[in-house]
Design a protein around this ligand. Structure first.
Ligand code: FPP
Length: 258
């Protein structure tokens, strides 16, 4: 039997449909979804799962009506502020992935405050993906790693030395990004949270069978668990079912059984 996952990542889907089917406003679905977030955090603590990532707002979600977007950010901030005492008490370390610079300013302040105040937490790392997409994370990592390499002191020195020999300069610049010098590690070191291990288990609710630009690189060997349950109805029993399904998987990581 496979050991419990160390990192669970969840695509929390179906808030809107849950609400619509009940004749409620979509915002009611998101509010009910926040209760499920609370429940899943408690379940992770109970099972001693050290990393939980929640896909809360994708780069594509900006295309929703303005009112829904502002409601969601208010909800995220209220949630994090309300949960702060529990996070501190339970040793939860709150972190974020995504392009923070584009978030509403009050959300940036409130969420960053929670990051600072919980930075020594050691029981569960709770990562909220906000204004996140796997594509933009990879682009961010490529840009940042290339800039690091090109602006390194030794690199600049060599460029100056070769300034009058364009052929040698071109060969040198290309060599900086060849297989020996530019590796997967260069890219990984520049992901939003390089210390976060890849997810072992990715759960998606509401019957949709897609990754929707979540953890594109990190999902390479993740196990997937899909359920038809809408996120607001996702219960401790559903969480347990996902864990059991995961424990029954054989993870070979491209190898063959020993
Ligand atoms: C997807 O459901 C959900 C979202 C885009 C937002 C996720 C937000 C929450 C779960 C609210 C609480 C979160 C935190 C972190 C406090 P959808 O609106 O796309 O549902 P639909 O596909 O049925 O329309």
């Amino acid at each position: 039997m496979t050991a419990l996952p160390k990192h669970i990542a969840i695509i929390m889907d179906g808030n809107g449909r849950w609400a619509t089917e009940k004749g409620l406003a979509r915002s009611e679905g998101h509010l009910a979804g926040a209760k499920t977030v609370e429940l899943v955090i408690k379940e992770c603590l109970r099972h001693k799962i050290p990393h939980l990532s929640l896909y809360a707002f994708s780069t594509e979600n900006w295309n929703r009506p303005k009112e829904e977007v502002s409601y969601l950010f208010e909800l995220f901030c209220q949630f994090v502020e309300k949960e702060l005492p529990l996070m501190q008490e339970e040793g939860i370390r709150f972190s974020m992935i995504g392009d923070k610079t584009e978030l509403p300013e009050n959300a940036q302040i409130s969420l960053q405050n929670a990051v600072e105040r919980t930075k020594n937490g050691g029981s569960l790392e709770l990562t909220l993906a906000l204004n996140y997409s796997g594509t933009s994370e990879i682009l961010h990592a490529v840009r940042q790693s290339a800039a690091q390499i090109l602006t390194d002191g030794e690199t600049l020195h060599t460029i100056q030395d070769l300034a009058h020999n364009s052929e040698a300069l071109a060969a040198y610049l290309a060599s900086l990004f060849d297989k020996q010098h530019y590796t997967e590690q260069n890219l990984r070191n520049n992901l939003y949270l390089p210390s976060l291990p890849d997810p072992d288990l990715i759960i998606r609710t509401s019957g949709e069978l897609r990754l929707s630009n979540f953890y594109l690189l990190q999902a390479a060997y993740a196990e997937f668990y899909f359920t038809d349950t809408y996120w607001p109805d996702f219960s401790a029993q559903d969480f347990e079912k996902a864990l059991i399904a995961y424990q029954n998987r054989k993870r070979r990581f491209g190898k063959i059984d020993a």
